[in-house]
Design a protein around this ligand. Structure first.
Ligand code: FRU
Length: 493
């Protein structure tokens, strides 16, 4: 049964989504059909196609009562919009269908596990939100909410854990075919933790363990967890709120955290290393799936709560996902590279080798706002350089840039000049690995975004910008003796 609230959203997106022209959207990044999008949800394989759901408010370009938007794809790059799948239409989720995930049941149906938010009036007149985990089951288009929702509530969390911040379940299959899920939670010390539950059928769940917790070191509430095995390690991803900076590894604000380690016999994660997931400006709430050929692929909201007010106020859509990225562990670090399906979209190629750079210059055929370009910079033999800078999305008034200072191993991403009407929160500086002055940058541009994969995916920096599309120049400059190789492909629609 489709409720009136869900039907209204479906009618609305059908009617108004059609007015947004292809030329107003990114070419190969998923963007919301209409209105507002945040976290990816239910990123999964179902009936031979990839499915992507997301946090969705169809009616405006601002966050509002959360629905789930929905799309499906054969390659994670070309998406077909499907009707909105969940709406806040029951007593237990009337204040929002928050983030969650999806899995295929043995009987072939798709199960969505999500956070239902309910608000209760308090004696002093204020409202308090309660968060529970709920289930809906369907056929890839229509979903029926389970009659006995919620399936996990405040009763199921251990003593000292919150029922007001208890959200974003990520479901997965255990090795024996049963189900596991991890859920973000807040503890009495006001910081984050990840709870682990297990179930035989996806409907009845038991608490297993506290996988890991912040102890106030890595931010407050831990949102949107994911837990999986990768290259023989256990990997926990989560998005902490209100993180304090730690050197240049973690910046101040809503961050992303990757813990690599191993699960012990108590199902607690023994940490071996901790790192940021992405080092750019607009990246949050990633979620992964396992492809049929065994690749762990991650997608994230290409925005951040700290920066999401920075967008054109008249936008008909606001919110897009990052490129899906293949994950591996190399040298003890989580590394990311664009999914290989992107190679099939590559068009015209232009390449240069061993080009000396000094004063700001351009290269013939190297420009554009929709492209996949790899630039390798190194000192000229027996020489050295102090600074290399690459400007992109460059017009007469605007540009964004990425610069590298090899002596400090400092990489700097900036969109201060990209056309935003504030210049705060538009810079990131990070430390990269020492490679004797050499750095390799794979830069992927798609009209309104840049994703930079540093040194074969050892680090990534992601950001959006709304610079006029006519600003499509790319320039190179260096102080000292530097040479560059450039290989650039247009990405075809
Ligand atoms: C993360 C988040 C989640 C929540 C959702 C609400 O971005 O805050 O914790 O489920 O967004 O839209």
């Amino acid at each position: 049964m489709t409720s009136d609230i869900l039907q209204k959203a479906r009618d609305y997106e059908e009617r108004f989504g059609a007015f947004i022209g292809e030329s107003e959207r990114p070419v190969f990044h998923y963007s919301t059909r209409i209105g507002w999008l945040n976290d990816p949800n239910g990123f999964s394989v179902y009936n031979g196609r990839y499915h992507l759901f997301h946090q969705y408010h169809p009616y405006s370009n601002q966050w509002g009562p959360m629905h789930w938007g929905h799309a499906a794809s054969a390659d994670m790059l070309h998406w077909e919009y499907l009707p909105a799948s969940l709406a806040p239409d029951t007593e237990y989720d009337g204040a929002g269908c928050f983030s969650g995930s999806a899995v295929t049941l043995d009987d072939g149906r798709q199960l969505l596990l999500y956070t239902g938010v309910r608000e209760e009036q308090q004696p002093d007149g204020s409202k308090k939100a309660y968060q529970t985990q709920c289930v809906a089951v369907g056929d890839g288009v229509n979903y029926e909410k389970y009659a006995f929702n919620p399936v996990l509530s405040g009763r199921d969390v251990p003593e000292g854990f919150s029922e007001n911040d208890f959200r974003d379940p990520k479901i997965f299959r255990e090795r024996d075919g049963s189900f596991g899920c991890v859920v973000g939670c807040r503890t009495d010390d006001e910081s984050g933790a990840i709870l682990y539950f297990r179930s035989e059928d996806g409907f009845r769940w038991d608490f297993v363990s506290v996988v890991d917790r912040s102890w106030n070191e890595y931010g407050k509430m831990w949102e949107c967890p994911d837990l999986f095995e990768l290259d023989g390690k256990a990997v926990l991803l989560t998005s902490p709120q209100d993180m304090s900076p730690i050197g240049l590894e973690f910046h101040n604000g809503n961050e992303t955290l990757c813990v690599i380690g191993s699960m012990d016999e108590k199902n607690e994660l023994q940490r071996e290393s901790v790192q940021a997931i992405d080092y750019g400006i607009d990246f949050y709430a990633p979620q992964t799936l396992l492809t049929p050929d065994g690749r762990r692929v991650m997608i994230a909201w290409m925005q951040n709560w700290d920066t999401c007010t920075s967008h054109p106020s008249d936008a008909k859509w606001f919110g897009q996902m990052t490129l899906p990225r293949e994950l591996i562990i190399r040298g003890g670090r989580l590394c990311q590279n664009p999914i290989r399906e992107l190679d099939a979209m590559r068009g015209r190629r232009v390449s240069y080798e061993n080009i000396p750079v000094s004063a700001e210059t351009t290269l013939r055929g190297v420009y554009g706002r929709v492209l996949d370009m790899t630039v390798t910079v190194r000192p000229r033999s027996n020489g050295s350089y102090d600074l290399f800078r690459l400007k992109f999305a460059k017009g007469s008034q605007h540009y964004s840039s990425v610069s590298y200072r090899p002596a400090e191993q400092l990489l700097h991403l900036s969109r201060k000049m990209s056309g935003f009407n504030r210049d705060f929160v538009h810079d990131r500086r990070i430390i990269v690995a020492d490679r004797a002055g050499e750095i390799k940058l794979r830069i992927i541009l798609d009209r309104f975004s840049a994703e930079i994969f540093v040194n074969d995916g050892e680090q990534t920096l992601t950001m959006t910008y709304y610079t006029p599309l006519s600003a499509d120049g790319i320039s190179f400059e260096a102080h000292g003796d530097a040479v560059i190789d450039v290989e650039k492909y247009d990405v075809r629609a």
